[in-house]
Design a protein around this ligand. Structure first.
Ligand code: BEZ
Length: 211
């Protein structure tokens, strides 16, 4: 079954390069990014894993734990880790799940049989501290993901959760935000002391609240 926004992220227990992971327990009160790789010793995946490892300080700043999945064994992952460090100049610093029986891949609908009947596509799930799925993205195996974009979405999700603002097209950290329609003008006066510009009654633009 497809996983939809707002669903509780399915829990699982699986082996990883950092030992057995009980997913919900491992997430604790953090946000999470779970992302899949078609398989070990593949070129695009090697670049992605190095890039995510380099972004660890950015994930930490946002209270986000990253976790990858590849449908090979942890023993294979352990051999692959050396190649990642050697070619990307960065060691893996987050867990990579082993999933040779495709238990987690099937639970998260990461195998799209009309694309490839055994390997996963490049799925991304962002999960909130309430364990609910906040974002899903699916890329084909041949396209490496843009993890800066995933950080950008996490910034937007965290602003919405904390300040009741949405973010407009092509928004980046520091840009103006939009007051969500569910907030009345009365409530907005309390919440947004910097004020707002109402381009339309439903389109109220305010400076980013945490800047
Ligand atoms: C890769 O990770 O490089 C890759 C995996 C499957 C198909 C194409 C590319």
């Amino acid at each position: 079954m497809a996983i939809r926004l707002g669903d509780i992220a399915p829990d699982f227990e699986a082996p990883s390069t950092e030992g057995t992971i009980r997913f919900h327990e491992w997430l604790g009160g953090s946000w999470g990014v779970l992302f899949s790789h078609p398989r070990d010793f593949t070129p695009v995946c090697t670049t992605e894993l190095g890039a995510v490892a380099k972004l660890k300080p950015e994930f930490d700043k946002r209270n986000v734990k990253a976790i990858g999945l590849s449908v090979d064994s942890v023993a294979d992952h352990d051999r692959w880790k050396g190649d990642i460090e050697e070619t990307q100049g960065q060691a893996l610093n987050f867990p990579l799940l082993g999933d040779p029986d495709r238990k987690v891949a099937n639970l998260y609908d990461m195998i799209h049989p009309n694309a490839n009947d055994t390997l996963t596509v490049r799925s991304v799930f962002v999960i909130g501290p309430d364990k609910k799925v906040k974002l899903t993205i699916t890329y084909p195996a041949s396209t490496g993901r843009n993890f800066d974009e995933i950080l950008r979405v996490i910034d937007s999700l965290q602003l919405t959760a904390q300040y009741k603002v949405a973010t407009p097209v092509n928004w980046n950290d520091g840009d103006d935000c939009i007051i969500v329609p569910a907030v009345s003008d009365e409530e907005a006066k309390q919440r947004f002391p910097k004020g707002w510009t109402a381009l339309k009654p439903y389109l109220r633009v305010t400076p980013q609240p945490n800047k």
